[in-house]
Ligand binder design. Structure first.
Ligand code: ROI
Length: 163
């Protein structure tokens, strides 16, 4: 069993509801056990500012799926939520499910980079991750609680809980 942290994000079509529905989908993943999810956070868009604010959260699962099997499952969920993969980088999206960490694995393949390449500087990843872990260590030795202290919260706020 691998312990996996997944970043959830949405800024279209009732984002809070999208994230709650996404959590329900994560609870049904095959060969997996849902562990926990952070609070629901509202965040300012990183990247182009001419898009709605985001809702973000981080969930933890334990899974026997291989990393690629898990990626396939998460992309299937994104598609089922009406996610359209556009060429536009960093645009608005109905649902984003990012694999952040898989135990202390380092993966650099065509489809999958783990740890997630931007996670260490994104307040909407590090704050929810720090909320559900204690001194979690990344493969490069950095500590999530320490990272949180160095990253500006950029107006991030907790707006609710996910079940
Ligand atoms: N900005 C925020 N605040 N939250 C996200 O989940 C998010 N996702 C993205 C980009 C467009 C980079 N900006 C984001 O993919």
């Amino acid at each position: 069993m691998n312990t996996v942290y997944i970043g959830l994000g949405s800024n279209l079509d009732k984002p809070a509801q999208q994230l709650q529905d996404a959590v329900s989908s994560l609870k049904k993943l095959p060969k997996s056990n849902f562990q926990q999810v952070s609070s629901l956070f509202a965040s300012k868009p990183m990247g182009p500012q001419d898009q709605p604010d985001y809702m973000n959260a981080v969930a933890c699962i334990k899974t026997e799926l291989s990393p690629i099997e898990l990626l396939d499952q998460l992309q299937k969920i994104e598609l089922s939520f009406g996610r359209i993969r556009k060429d536009e980088r960093w645009g608005a999206r109905v649902l984003d499910l990012d694999i952040l960490l898989i135990d202390d694995l380092v993966i650099e393949s065509e489809r999958l980079t783990v740890p997630h390449y931007g996670m260490k500087v994104r307040e909407f990843v590090i704050y929810p991750l720090a909320q559900i872990t204690q001194d979690l260590m990344l493969p490069d030795g950095s500590n999530v609680t320490q990272l949180q202290k160095t990253i500006n919260d950029n107006g991030l706020i907790i707006v609710g809980e996910l079940r």
